[in-house]
Design a protein around this ligand. Structure first.
Ligand code: HEM
Length: 418
């Protein structure tokens, strides 16, 4: 079902900014993986890592391979950067700081996203899934992304953070604006517009913090405004600053949204392509857990992110100078034949199916992994019990993917069912 032909035969022809490559990541990774363990791609000026073992090695050494964008600032134009100073708060991500500060912030949110906390929300999440299905079950066909895969994670993360459900349309607009500067090549106007929207989100979170200071509830924002963080610079605990709360909340809000949307819709696509897998999980719902893991492995929503090399080093015999940027391709490690037998195939009985790189690994492993896994698992259990004969709506699907270098996301997916 891939749409564009893949004309390339050698690694040197591959440019990650090329739309054909972005539609056919896995063929591109195969060429690069065989060429070199750390392949320098001149077109993007980065070392590309595609082998599972090398990626794991890098992710488990956060002292040497830092996750901040040391080499390239996210916001590029001074016009948009100054808006944060004049009208908002600095754009920071306390949950993604480098070691040693990182773990002190992560400790503040990890318990609220751990298995115990998510299971306590099971009734809420299951109700949301059923309510969403109720709104369209009589229609026989739907735009699956818009009517199910998008609203589900958004409603759930808003609930955990303590934001009202009626504000979802606004949150959706702000989420897209937050993500936009991660794509290369924005004009100054586009970047400024995205920053203005992000500043609106900052003010929205700040207003919610003010309300919760007067009237705290059992949610993540209330927790962050009342708790203290250990500050390594002063060697003591202190309350979080406003910008630290805002930066943590917007990161959780956005992190919790699009990736899970893409995982659920990628899962539906896999079912369309693999009739046997569909038959098996429908007959035996205990296999849904592994289906979710195989979806995450084969169609990883986050295909890649960065690391910066702090010192000169070597990866698989390739010399990497200090200051180099590494493009870590989780999606390639997840299909590495050195690691997985028949890596391209979903295998519901794969041993250790959950040991993939879709959520990262090590110090910066995704804090929302457990939440997302449960959302997907409960979604499939209910979808498969309430809908029969899932199939692509004829004439509606082209199964193309969003352009961009970091995510694996269908543009849309239309579902018909009985
Ligand atoms: C299928 C869904 C998801 C995928 C594929 C995904 C993937 C990832 C990946 C690959 C990382 C980076 C790890 C690294 O730097 O190596 C990450 C980090 C992160 N994710 Fe997720 N994520 C998902 C869902 C979520 C959810 C539900 C939340 C929020 C509740 C979330 C919040 C975050 C945050 C805050 C970070 C930064 C963590 C850090 O730097 O320590 N993600 N995620």
């Amino acid at each position: 079902m891939e749409n564009k032909k893949f004309p390339f035969k050698e690694a040197k022809e591959i440019d990650f900014m090329d739309a054909i490559v972005q539609e056919n990541w896995f063929e591109a990774y195969d060429l690069i993986r065989e060429e070199s363990p750390a392949y320098f791609m001149p077109q993007i000026g980065m070392y590309v890592l595609t082998r599972y073992a090398d990626i794991e090695h890098v992710l488990r050494d956060p002292e040497q391979f830092t996750s901040s964008r040391d080499t390239e600032p996210l916001i590029k134009f001074k016009e948009s950067l100054s808006l944060y100073e004049e009208k908002g708060w600095p754009r920071i991500q306390p949950l993604s700081l480098n070691v040693p500060k990182h773990s002190h912030f992560r400790k503040l949110v990890d318990p609220a996203l751990a298995a115990g906390a998510i299971k306590k929300k099971k009734t809420f999440i299951v109700n949301v899934i059923n309510e969403l299905i109720d709104t369209w079950i009589d229609e026989g066909q739907i735009a699956f992304m818009e009517r199910f895969a998008e609203p589900l994670p958004m409603i759930v993360i808003a609930e955990l953070l303590g934001l009202p459900r009626m504000d979802l349309p606004l949150l959706k607009v702000w989420s897209s604006a937050w993500v936009l500067p991660h794509s290369k090549g924005l004009t100054v106007e586009q970047e400024t517009e995205a920053v203005k929207k992000h500043i609106e989100l900052q003010h929205y979170i700040f207003d919610s913090m003010k309300q919760k200071r007067k009237n705290p509830k059992d949610d993540i924002i209330s927790h962050l405004i009342q708790t203290e963080v250990f500050d390594v610079d002063i060697n003591a605990k202190r309350p979080l600053t406003d910008e630290e709360v805002i930066g943590s909340v917007d990161h959780l809000l956005i992190g919790g949204n699009e990736t899970t949307t893409f995982a659920i819709s990628n899962g539906l696509w896999l079912l369309f392509k693999n009739a046997e897998v569909y038959k098996n999980i429908e007959a035996n719902p205990a296999l849904i857990k592994n289906f979710v893991e195989e979806t995450l492995r084969i169609e990883s929503p986050t295909q890649g992110l960065f690391r910066s090399a702090k010192y000169d080093c070597e990866i698989g015999g390739v010399e990497i100078p200090a200051g180099s940027t590494l493009s870590i391709r989780y999606g390639a490690g997840n299909r590495d034949p050195r690691r997985y037998r028949c890596p391209m195939e979903p295998d519901l009985n794969r041993k250790n199916a959950g040991r993939h790189l879709a959520f990262g690994i090590g110090e910066h492993v995704c804090p929302g992994a457990t939440l997302s896994r449960y959302e997907q698992r409960w979604a499939w259990e209910i979808l498969l019990s309430r809908l029969k004969n899932l199939r692509p709506t004829p004439g509606k699907n082209d199964f193309t993917h969003m352009k961009g270098i970091w995510l694996r996301a269908l543009n849309e997916i239309y579902l018909s069912f009985d």
